[in-house]
Design a protein around this ligand. Structure first.
Ligand code: ZN
Length: 172
């Protein structure tokens, strides 16, 4: 660690202490060149990775978007909130455990699909059909909302241009 006063790269650690919880290490350091003292802190860095979207843009991991995508896929399905939350926890724990600063959005999509497959087959198919064709996970809810916002089919066959199964798939 270089000295913050003279930028010399050679500093000595004169004292090392952990806090009571054992999750922060405090080090007193002395600059070999200018003899000034300073303190550094070492903490566990558990941050969710940033997401690399399919278009190459980077975005922050968004718990709310993940939760809303899962909830939408599971809409009106017989799955308890506790199970959904446990699934989201597992996805986030897995993402943390990768220890990467950035991960492709496809990775989250895979994890979501794996969890949905275990929770509810219908929700899995809903998610997979939209996700595979369209977008990143965090765009999933937007796509679903668009589909749901579409007007119901007209009864007059000349006015219809039905896209098969789409409305049924999302429970409309
Ligand atoms: Zn110095």
């Amino acid at each position: 660690m270089k000295c913050p006063f003279c930028s010399d790269p050679n500093t000595q650690v004169t004292d090392t202490r952990e806090n009571d919880e054992g999750d922060v290490v405090r080090r007193r350091r002395r600059c070999v060149k200018c003899d000034k003292r300073f303190t550094t802190y070492e903490r566990i860095d558990l941050k969710m990775p940033h997401i690399i979207k399919r278009n190459g843009n980077r975005t922050e991991f968004d718990h709310a978007k993940l939760a809303s995508s899962m909830t939408l896929a599971l809409r009106k399905r017989p799955v308890t909130l506790e199970l959904v939350e446990a699934a989201i926890d597992r996805i986030e724990a897995r993402l943390l455990s990768l220890g990467e600063a950035e991960i492709p959005s496809e990775k989250i999509g895979e994890l979501v699909m794996r969890e949905l497959k275990k929770l509810d087959k219908v929700a899995y198919i809903r998610f997979a059909s939209v996700y595979r064709n369209f977008a990143d996970v965090d765009e999933f809810s937007e796509v679903i909302r668009e589909v749901q916002a579409r007007p119901k089919r007209s009864r007059n066959p000349r006015e219809t241009n039905p896209t098969p199964d789409e409305n049924d798939l999302f429970g409309n």
